[in-house]
Design a protein around this ligand. Structure first.
Ligand code: SAH
Length: 260
């Protein structure tokens, strides 16, 4: 099965500067990616251009194997998920000025990267616009998601290759994190079932009433807050048993004190 690095393609649309193509190759290779597709670059020979080769530095192989295609549709062939990268939809602006119903759903780079790393069925194209014009609305609308680097709102337009670097970095960190999680899940206990968690809450609530921490007639928001806390903890079955053990002890100690 393809790993995250093999499942992500970088697509540059109508790039003008050979240096940016070279720098993109370098940004990709340093982060472990290799699939580069150029849509209708201004210089059709850009992959052999001196400046591109110079800025690619040790990533000349990525440049040499980059594919050049005439249309975005061809660049997206073989992918089942495509993401438009755009500076023109910074989040504060996006929520107010930009009519979101006309654009694909907007994500932050980190959310996107986590999604790409977690879902091994995704074959993703990350689509970057030209230095001068960015991506057209039509190009954006061909994509399934829109991602914007949350940059300085008064100047949010990154250099093309630097935008590639930021996104590639996020994808790398997420991919490495995924490997780490997979390794650690081997040692993880069994996740508590919904029934086990519900049973634990009932038990805990009873104990909290018993020790008069929770007023049954005026419970306020204690139980919902505890639910939120435990939801974040992703409880294992064994941990639910420990919490129930504590609840049992609280109840029985309290009842013994009452009797004395
Ligand atoms: N003048 C263009 C700027 C293009 S910068 C414009 O106004 O759109 C070249 C490309 O880099 C962009 O099309 C986009 O794909 C990427 N890029 C630049 N800044 C970005 C940002 N803040 N978030 C996401 N992508 C960005």
């Amino acid at each position: 099965m393809a790993n995250t690095f093999e499942r992500i393609r970088f697509v540059l649309v109508e790039t003008s500067h050979p240096g940016n193509v070279g720098s993109t190759a370098r940004a990709m290779k340093t982060m472990g990616f290799s699939d580069l597709v150029l849509v209708n670059p201004r210089d059709p020979e850009v992959t052999r251009h001196d400046e591109a080769i110079a800025l690619a530095s040790g990533a000349g192989d990525i440049l040499a194997t980059a594919r050049i295609v005439p249309t975005l549709d061809e660049a997206l062939a073989g992918c089942n998920f495509s993401v438009a990268l755009s500076a023109r939809c910074n989040f504060s602006v996006a929520l107010s000025a930009r009519p979101r119903e006309f654009s694909p759903p907007l994500f932050e780079p980190r959310q996107l990267a986590e999604q790409l790393a977690a879902d091994s069925a995704l074959r993703t194209a990350l689509v970057f616009g030209s230095e001068r014009y960015g991506l057209s609305n039509e190009q954006v609308s061909k994509c399934s998601a829109l991602v914007s680097v949350p940059a300085n709102p008064v100047y949010s337009s990154l250099n093309l290759a630097q935008a590639v670097q930021v996104i590639a970095y996020e994808c790398r960190v997420a991919a490495l994190g995924e490997v780490h999680t997979e390794n650690t899940t081997i040692f993880r206990g069994e996740r508590a079932s919904a029934e086990q968690v519900e049973g634990m809450f009932t038990h805990l609530e009873k104990a909290l009433v018993e020790i008069e921490f929770l007023d049954a007639d005026n419970p306020k928001k204690l139980m919902p807050r505890l639910r939120r806390l435990f939801a974040r903890a992703e409880l294992e079955a064994e941990e639910v048993n420990i919490l129930r053990g504590i609840a049992t002890q609280l109840i029985s100690k309290r009842q013994r004190i009452r009797k004395d």
